[in-house]
Write a protein of this length. Structure first.
Ligand code: ATP
Length: 149
């Protein structure tokens, strides 16, 4: 179905704003507009909320989560960058595995299933896109998502 991807980005950011604010995290976003795309709106919503939720979850008070969305000739690229706890090099290759939860996540109080990123990857790939994570231990995490238009 034809959708406006930039609107989905903005909706998801708006939805997560309250959570970020409650945690004392600044959520900053910037997107090109319009970004017309043929996609499953609900799934992309789920994908973005998962990634934003992680960024907020794994970032301590006072941190920053930055979302940048750019339109290219044949794709849209979204980058979600946080100033959180980061992911250790040992955990990084496994974050897309089902039920995998990193060291820092496992010791956290709030439970999580470890399914979020596995589903996010499935959604990105079903759309012919890609999702990749990059982290310099304790220097935050960056998530890159590419989706064809
Ligand atoms: P849930 O299923 O509730 O999202 P989860 O966050 O543990 O639980 P995933 O979203 O699949 O599961 O993430 C897998 C693991 O990747 C997490 O346990 C965590 O260790 C790591 N991770 C994901 N995003 C981030 C991030 N932004 N910063 C630091 N670690 C992250």
């Amino acid at each position: 179905k034809p959708i406006q991807f930039d609107r989905i980005v903005q909706e998801c950011v708006a939805k997560m704003h309250m959570l970020a604010e409650l945690k004392g995290i600044i959520l900053h976003s910037e997107t090109d507009s319009p970004i017309p795309m043929v996609a499953d709106e609900e799934r992309l919503h789920q994908l973005l909320v998962t990634v934003l939720d992680n960024a907020i979850k794994y970032t301590p008070e006072g941190g920053i989560v930055r979302v940048v969305c750019r339109k290219f000739a044949h794709s849209a690229q979204i980058e979600v960058e946080d100033t959180g706890v980061g992911i250790s090099p040992e955990d990084l290759p496994h974050v897309f595995d089902r039920f995998y939860r990193g060291d820092k996540a496992r010791t956290r109080q709030e439970g999580g299933t470890g399914l979020g990123l596995a589903i996010a990857k499935w959604i990105a790939e079903r759309h012919g896109g890609k999702i990749r994570l990059d982290s310099k231990r304790s220097n935050g995490t960056r998530v890159f998502i590419t989706l064809p238009l």
